[in-house]
Design a protein around this ligand. Structure first.
Ligand SMILES: Nc1ncnc2c1ncn2[C@@H]1O[C@H](COP(=O)(O)OP(=O)(O)O)[C@@H](O)[C@H]1O
Ligand SMILES: [Mg+2]
Length: 255
């Protein structure tokens, strides 16, 4: 498999000399195309900072990040917005759907911005809607949909442009357990059927157990890595819980 993401000795500091937070402290790892990777760690360990640096929303203090071979840490603002539109998909905790657009329009918007033809847009939206089982809600507005449907529409929107990498920060954080499970099943569809490479931040072991590999971070450093391999989800879940307890700190915060 080919490498899609390379995080190379990245540091991110917030604040100034007298009051410095090392949110990321010499972190390095790679992600291959087609992987479904989770990032876990206690609150304040640097998960969101890491995702924001990868998604080019935030800039690194030191180190380099490559996505699909491009060094994103050296792109100029205009190149960055183009890069984000073309190469990245985002799934936010609060869905971020536009209330005045239907599900179809929400999904189609990213393709419209990329100036794709109406025919191609229709074909792509219909195909992704079928895969995620939301064909029946395409004409509905967000207020007419359940939480699980909104999250699947948000997943469809993230994947419809065929991004190199889909990024999700605590995507199940606002969902009840049934909707969370449905969302994670759609992530599996995105990953297995549609070939999406996904990187998902979560502090929840159940959510993480859907991943193939988990990076654990502690105080902005890579602390441990778990690979699911041939484990069942339950076996993987148990291993995750073990590492989480090793991570120490406030366990309630992680589990
Ligand atoms: N914009 C910011 N300004 C200053 N400190 C920040 C900022 N964002 C995050 N931090 C600090 O960086 C550390 C990591 O935060 P974050 O990445 O949000 O952690 P997590 O997502 O794992 O909970 C924390 O100590 C946090 O207080
Ligand atoms: Mg966070």
């Amino acid at each position: 498999m080919s490498e899609i993401l390379r995080v190379e000795d990245v540091e991110k500091y917030y604040g100034n000399k007298g009051n410095l937070t090392k949110a990321l402290n010499h972190i390095s790892f790679t992600v291959d195309s087609g992987e479904f990777v989770g990032v876990m760690g206690a609150s304040g360990s640097g998960k969101t900072t890491l995702l924001n640096c990868i998604s080019t929303i935030d800039t690194v203090t030191n180190g380099r990040i490559f996505i699909g071979g491009d060094n994103i840490t050296s792109l100029k603002p205009r190149q960055l917005s183009k890069f984000r539109r073309e190469q990245l998909g985002f799934i936010f905790q609060d869905f971020n759907l536009l209330d005045t657009l239907t599900a179809y329009e929400n999904i189609a918007l990213a393709l419209t911005i990329l100036k794709r033809s109406p025919k191609e847009i229709e074909r792509k939206v219909d195909a992704v809607a079928r895969q995620l089982d939301i064909t029946g809600v395409l004409k509905k507005y967000p207020y007419q949909m359940s939480g699980g449907q909104k999250q699947r529409v948000a997943s469809a929107r993230a994947i419809v442009t065929d991004p190199a990498l889909v990024l999700a920060d605590e995507p199940t954080g606002a969902l009840d357990s049934k909707s969370a499970q449905m969302l994670l099943e759609s992530f599996e569809t995105l990953n297995k059927t549609l070939g999406a490479t996904i990187m998902m931040v979560t502090h929840d072991a159940f959510t993480a157990s859907y991943c193939h590999r988990i990076l654990f971070i502690k105080d902005g450093k890579l602390f441990h890595e778990l690979i699911r391999g041939t484990d069942t989800r339950k076996q993987f879940f148990d291993k995750i819980i073990e590492v989480v307890s090793l991570l120490g700190g406030d366990n309630r915060d992680v589990i």
